[in-house]
Structure formats: C-alpha cells, structure tokens
Design a protein around this ligand. Structure first.
Ligand SMILES: Cc1cc2nc3c(=O)[nH]c(=O)nc-3n(C[C@H](O)[C@H](O)[C@H](O)COP(=O)(O)O)c2cc1C
Length: 198
C-alpha cells in the first residue's frame, strides 16, 4: 500500500459533533453545530479547545457571555443539529423555531439539551484571534452531565458508546454513526424537519 500526497485536509480523521448552546439577550437559548473541538489539560483541570471560523451568532454570544455549553450530537438529534449547522443565525431571526428539550446548566447560566447524551458547561479562559476572522477559544470544563444509562459500568464501555450513538463528521461533508453507518450529507438530515412540519 503506497501513501500519496493529497490536498491538506482532515478527511478520514473523524470528529465528534457538538451543539453549542448560548443564551441570547432576551434569555432565549441559541444553538449552532460545531466539530472543530478537542481537549487540553491545565492545572485548573480538563479543558476544551474549539475553533470558530467567520463571524456568526454563536461566536457573538460566546464572546459576549464568556460561557456556553457543548452538547454531544446523537443520531436522534441529527436532523435538528444539521439544521442548526446549515442555518446562519445572524440572518435567520427565527432560526430557533425548532428547539430540542432545553435545560439550563447546573453550574453556568447556559442552555443545555436534555436529549444529548453528554453536555459540557464551558467557561472561556482565553481567546486566540487568528487575525483572519477565525478565533480559537480555550475553555475550562466547569461541569459535565451524562445520560444516567451511560454510567452503568456493568455494561461494557463499547456497548454504552453505541447506546450514546454519537454522530461523527468523518470527511467529504458527510455524517457517520460510531459503528460506520452512513447518515447522509451535510444539509440532508434537516430535510426531515421540514417534512414533519408539512
Ligand atoms: C457538520 C458541521 C460542522 C460544523 N463545524 C463548525 C466548526 O467547527 N466551526 C465553525 O466555525 N463552524 C462550523 N460549522 C458551521 C456552523 O454550524 C454554521 O456557521 C452555523 O451557521 C452556526 O450557527 P449560528 O450562525 O447560529 O451561529 C459546521 C457546520 C456543519 C454542518
């Protein structure tokens, strides 16, 4: 098997998807979909690093509030998550016409998603502007909530992982399940929301 030089990109390096929850000025929740997300460790504890590209409502609210939630996207949440990822909040005032079951953080004043198997409450510690509109946020995880079914250590971890059903973005603008099933192209799962509304 020979390796060949390709364009720079991260296809075949699956990323988990998260819905970032922020509180709007009127107190209502706002959600956007993100995958440039990983972890770091500091003396304060486990942290999250995330990159948000060009200006968008989620970034406006994170910069203003200094806190947000990151909610792991499950297969059940995918149609809504896809909609939140393909709908630009700044120019879509009624973007939140579709809402999940919203809860509020236990430690931080951030909206979280009840159906999400894992939710992080995040406090921004450092913002690194890249100078081209892109920003990297380093955030301390102030609280984690998990679906209690995932905590039964009598069940093998891989079985609980399948049960959590996280959705991956493995490349070529597609969604995949954790066990390798194709779940559609970006922009496709959201179509079931419109169909349900007809
Ligand atoms: C699968 C997927 C992953 C995405 N990941 C990111 C990301 O990591 N960073 C980013 O800046 N935008 C990402 N986006 C784009 C945002 O979701 C999009 O800009 C959306 O409009 C954000 O919501 P808002 O405009 O309400 O803030 C992603 C979109 C999709 C469909």
């Amino acid at each position: 098997m020979a390796k060949v030089k390709t364009e720079i990109g991260n296809d075949f390096c699956p990323q988990a998807l998260f819905l970032y929850g922020t509180k709007q000025e009127d107190g209502q929740p706002h959600f956007g979909l993100f995958c440039w997300f990983s972890y770091y460790h500091s003396a304060e504890g486990l942290g999250v690093m995330t990159c948000i590209g060009e200006g968008k409502q989620t970034k406006d609210l994170i910069s203003k509030n200094g806190v947000f939630s990151a909610n792991l996207v499950s297969e059940q949440l995918l149609p809504l998550a896809d909609y939140y990822g393909c709908t630009y909040g700044r120019t879509t005032p009624d973007k939140m016409k579709y809402l999940p079951a919203v809860e509020w953080g236990e430690v931080l004043d951030v909206p979280t998603i009840a159906e999400s198997p894992v939710s992080f409450e995040l406090e921004v510690k450092k913002t690194i502007p890249m100078g081209d509109g892109s920003d990297i946020f380093l955030c301390l995880i102030r609280n984690v909530t998990k679906d209690e079914k995932l905590l039964d250590t009598g069940v093998p971890f891989t079985e609980r992982l399948i049960q959590a059903a996280p959705v991956l973005a493995p490349g070529e603008s597609t969604y995949s399940s954790i066990d390798g099933r194709y779940l559609g192209k970006w922009g496709e799962p959201m179509q079931s929301l419109a169909d349900a509304g007809k």
